[in-house]
Design a protein around this ligand. Structure first.
Ligand code: ATP
Length: 462
């Protein structure tokens, strides 16, 4: 069984972000954190994750133990700094973000333009991305001419606390001493430019989101490429988990391909006609945006999580405690989306209840035990007479039928995943990753041994 935190959490990433981010120097703080606290937090991580750690073949156990202790000490030091600096404010960056009007946010943004010099070293070429927390630009090192990505954060005081979070998380990953570090975009440095916080990353060519949208002309991906990409995403996130860390924002925009170089082929269609086709020369990916990473312990104290709606598992929709399983579920959604080249669930759902009803149709019925437990906390969500089923439209909605007409249509149109994914092994993997009850969701290190990945293990013909 995949463990979920026992207690109801208290705040979202702000505790984590704010906490972690309020630390001035994680390395120093980490060194100074005492052994008792490390051991304590290590125990809590071990309680839920020892099995997962042993499952990561590539990760040396001793390195993992050290990284656990490091993560734990980091967390404690961060929590300490947070308590000292902001004793009352445990609200998350995302929750604060939801309170800030977009114009307010962007009024405090600096969008670098071509030719601007960032950190006195990087000459801006163009904007390549825009997230909730900042603008990402492509730039070149003025001396070495190396191309990099620089994330310039909005200039808001509370964001400033987060300046070096991604850099610190990356250092934690480095300390895990695993080849899996290559599955994350390198953080090359950080600093403050004209009051704006900048983090410099290795430059990636395009995101999975770009591929899905078809702009790169690479879809549909050959099945072998899908398998390789899925395997890397899962290894990367499993590596985070093995260190007691949760990404919390896995989505196609946050998985990038290192290189978008392609090879030209000719592909035969069903009628025997050849068509030109481009495929990726390399499927090497890296996970970007470590800004939402929290430790297991922080997650167990947080209430809710403001991740992208389409990748939100039932426990988040229902406001229940959450843990590593949120990443596992999001990984399942991303892999399914890469296969389907579109959302697994309907892209526009009007309410959480509708989302649950769609999940029930696309995946599986909720287990009765889970539904009964939910009914005690969120009454009126499930029918629990014989088998569990989501109450949709909600009770009393019949009087407001017009409002639910389109919603009902969306729910009824949602097809079961087996009707859309025609690879039996992939469907089985997805159903395990997307298990509606987080307690039954497969841990990623176990899922990596799924038969779907057997083709990657077979020796290639010479
Ligand atoms: N290293 C990189 N190489 C290439 N593009 C990148 C890189 N890092 C980020 N990007 C681009 O910038 C976009 C936004 O980056 P990122 O998700 O890190 O910002 P954010 O403010 O944390 O966004 P979010 O709203 O998802 O939290 C990404 O979706 C991607 O398109």
């Amino acid at each position: 069984m995949y463990a979920t935190p026992a207690t109801l959490p208290a705040a979202r990433s702000g505790a984590a972000h704010g906490g972690a981010l309020a630390t001035t120097e994680s390395a120093d703080a980490t060194r100074s954190a005492d052994a008792t606290r490390s051991a304590d937090a290590t125990r809590s991580a071990n309680a839920t994750h020892s099995a997962e750690t042993t499952g990561c073949a590539e990760t040396a156990e001793s390195a993992n133990a050290a990284a656990y202790a490091h993560a734990a000490a980091y967390e404690d030091a961060a929590a300490y700094a947070d308590a000292a600096a902001r004793p009352v404010d445990l609200a998350s960056r995302a929750r604060i973000l939801s309170l800030i009007e977009p114009h307010e946010l962007w009024a405090s943004a600096y969008v670098p333009t071509e030719g601007d010099l960032l950190l006195g070293t990087y000459c801006v070429q163009r904007q390549i991305g825009r997230g909730s927390f900042g603008t990402v630009v492509r730039a070149r090192h003025v001396v070495t001419n190396t191309a990099v990505a620089v994330k310039v954060l909005h200039k808001l005081d509370w964001l400033h606390l987060g300046v070096r979070h991604e850099e610190r998380v990356y250092k934690l990953l480095l300390r895990g001493c695993s080849p899996n570090i290559s599955l994350f975009a390198k953080v090359l440095g950080s600093g403050v430019d004209q009051g704006f916080s900048c983090t410099v990353f290795e430059l990636c060519d395009l995101t999975i989101c770009d591929i899905i949208k078809g702009g790169a002309g690479l879809v549909p991906l050959p099945p072998a490429h899908l398998c390789e990409i899925a395997n890397q995403i899962m290894r990367g996130v499993a590596y985070l988990h093995s260190l007691g860390l949760i990404h919390t924002d896995i989505k196609p925009d946050n998985i990038a391909l290192r290189r978008a170089d392609t090879v030209a082929l000719r592909q035969m269609d069903g009628a025997g006609v050849f068509h030109p086709k481009r495929i990726l020369a390399s499927t090497a990916i890296c996970i970007i945006d470590l800004g939402g990473v929290v430790t297991f312990k922080q997650a167990s104290r947080m209430k809710g999580l403001n991740c992208a709606p389409m990748y939100r598992p039932p426990e988040l929709i229902l406001g229940l405690p959450w843990s590593y399983g949120v990443d596992t579920y999001a990984v399942g959604c991303v892999i399914a989306e890469l296969y389907l080249l579109g959302n697994l669930f309907h892209a526009e759902v009007a309410s959480d209840r509708e989302h649950l009803a769609i999940i029930e149709r696309v995946l599986d019925r909720f287990p009765l035990g889970f539904a009964v437990a939910v009914e005690q906390q969120v009454p009126g969500t499930f029918h629990t007479a014989l088998a569990a089923s989501v109450i949709f439209p909600p009770a009393g909605a019949a009087y407001n039928a017009a409002k639910y007409t389109f919603a009902m249509q969306r729910v009824l149109e949602a097809e079961h995943i087996t009707a859309r994914v025609h690879d039996v092994e992939l469907v089985d993997l997805l159903l395990n990753l997307l298990m509606v009850d987080p307690a039954g969701r497969i841990p990623l290190h176990v899922a990596l041994r799924h038969v779907y990945f057997d083709k990657l293990r077979r020796p290639r013909a010479m």
